[in-house]
Design a protein around this ligand. Sequence first.
Ligand code: 5U1
Length: 772
Amino acid sequence: MSGSHNSRDQGQAGARPGPDIAQTDPAALTEDQASAELARLADLLARANAAYHHDDAPEISDADYDALKRRNAAVEARFPALKRPDSPSDQIGAAPAEGFGKVRHAQRMLSLSNAFEDSDIVEFDARIRRYLNLAPLDPLPFTAEPKIDGLSLSLLYEGGELTRAATRGDGETGENVTANARTIADIPPRLEGAPDRLEVRGEVYMSHADFAALNIRQAEAGAKTFANPRNAAAGSLRQLDSAITRSRPLKFFAYAWGVTSAPLAETQIGAIERLAAFGFQVNPLTRLCDGPEEMLDQYRRIEDQRATLGYDIDGVVYKVNRLDLQERLGFRATTPRWAIAHKFAAELAWTRLEAIDIQVGRTGALSPVARLHPVTVGGVVVSNATLHNEDYIAGRDSRGEVIRGGKDIRVGDWAQVYRAGDVIPKIADIDLSRRPEEAVPFSFPTTCPECGSDAVREPGDAIRRCAGGLICPAQAVEKLKHFVSRGAFDIEGLGARQVEQFYRDGWIAEPADIFTLQTRYGSGMQQVKNREGWGEKSADNLFAAIEEKRDIPLRRLIFALGLRHVGEVVSADLARHYRSWAALLEAVDQAAPAALRHRAADAAEEAERATAQSEGRRARIKPVRDAIWAEAPDIPPAARAAWEDLVGIDGIGATVAASLTASFAQSSERASIDALAAQLRIAQEAGPQDSDSPVAGKTVVFTGKLEKMTRDEAKARAESLGAKVSGSVSAKTDILVAGPGAGAKAKKAADLGVTTMDEDSWLALIGAGPAG
Ligand code: 5U1
């Protein structure tokens, strides 16, 4: 390394070794010794880095520094499981004595939904107007501001003092980086005149100039350089030694707030002005816009200045300016309704497509991936791109329409690659003039490349799927990886790599096996602690982490099963509706016989529509559907009711319900699910008893025209009070809210004796003034 870590005795850098360990050949270390040695090396190297970068006062010689790094790499190579999260091999500085504490955000840190086209912004404005029942000419101003490409940070001020800083993490829980945040000059340590309790949110970033200078210093120090300013900012903030963070030129823009003991203002722009008055940097390109036209003007102004701003931005964020309207609009599962990120156009580059590989996912989907000659696209090296499915490769979209002018994609082609923001790179175009003569059309496999089972494409599905189920090793291992992933069981020490190794060796074949690992491999002939890269301590830690996850919230378990169409949002919807594992199982089992009938009813409905159209009459949907159900007297009414209840859950349609019932009815999959459930203590979903509202736990249906608020708003409010909103009336319905024009649902409710009320009575019941 150039530059100098000149001369200071390395022993003085702290964490003095036992002389034996420091001298011992890495090949001869025990696991405990290796763990202590990695800690010592991390400490020494972090201190050396901090002294070198920050104090400009090198502590050890270049040669000693390099020798420490080599020794660290050698110990890690022998004990990969002991590699520290802050390993000096991965980081520039490194240091740490202890990891970051976890912080639960008092209010979830959300992400933003994305828009790419101008028309999306017009639709965003229209959608909000619809939701709020505003007329086209009613004023609806928005703020527009650059979207900084950094990482989100939450800063809690109590009594005006900065008491805690946390990264976004998964939105619910982040990492405590208070000591590091205090080193950032843009973050005031105390605020004058702020509410007693105030959480400020914004983005930590690094300027282009600081990023370039940092990378030069890193290269000179023989340390890892960063791919882009965002990674550099993230790596710098997440240093366990705040001295290293202090040495990094991080900046911060405030743009939002979380909990606050008193409102900051009545408008978004007013709140931003207050944040500026407290001493925060707020983005100078923030403007108030009257509507889509002005928003798009501001978008183009910001885009024009993008190259000269000196820091990375990846779009423009629009927010409804009135905070009372923001409150009424509220949130979807993970994004606010009142804000959107308008992303800049994708970045493009040409490169050669070297191969097409087929990956098999956890639901058996065969996904083609383009292996590309590495190319830099917008500052990031890209060597893979998704090819979606066989139609896409052939030059058709999911509706069979021509894309890329009908050009197919072949191995050997010159391909134009694009990436927009964090999305997986895609192929935008193919240069036919450079197509090699020997290039042949890609032949998509009809058998699974992993297990040889048939790869079947159902009518109407763009995806070909391996029919092997859990006998397919790729599906089994992908299911396991999903099972231990962050939104699912998230077991510390058991990531994708470890799961793959355990699977390969036959120690874990399905999720339930994770919970019997200690019984089977905690003692005896074969033990986890004796595996390559494991030892007594890491094995004990793993068993403890697994034990901790035997208690699991219902929604996480549902998500962890990795069923097709059942993501985090659907899992939460199901958990909220059924509340307990037993209730969910009972309902899904009960609904299963109705799933096939439902398909038949769909087919009959479609046929009736076509016939009616050709005969020039109105389609008679209801009688046709009823006839299909009546044709199958073997289906108990309870099955139909359970099915209707399932598909009636807001956010769950027939596709999800069919996937759920089919998976639970498939015998090997069901055996695997039951074996897993037997290992767990599944926590009930919080429910009505947690809310004082008289509608908590009630099933509500809205029908007819609502005049005081839109249907979406009514639904969101009801759910926020613990009610379940369903789309259809059944014996399980508690309340029907009927506006003018209510028809069949009101009649059915009357037949079933369901309480029916008008909108005003409903508003009175939930204690809400009419929205306005
Ligand atoms: N500029 C800006 N970036 N950004 C990111 N504003 C903004 N607001 C955000 C996010 C995630 O979230 C709001 C919902 C507070």
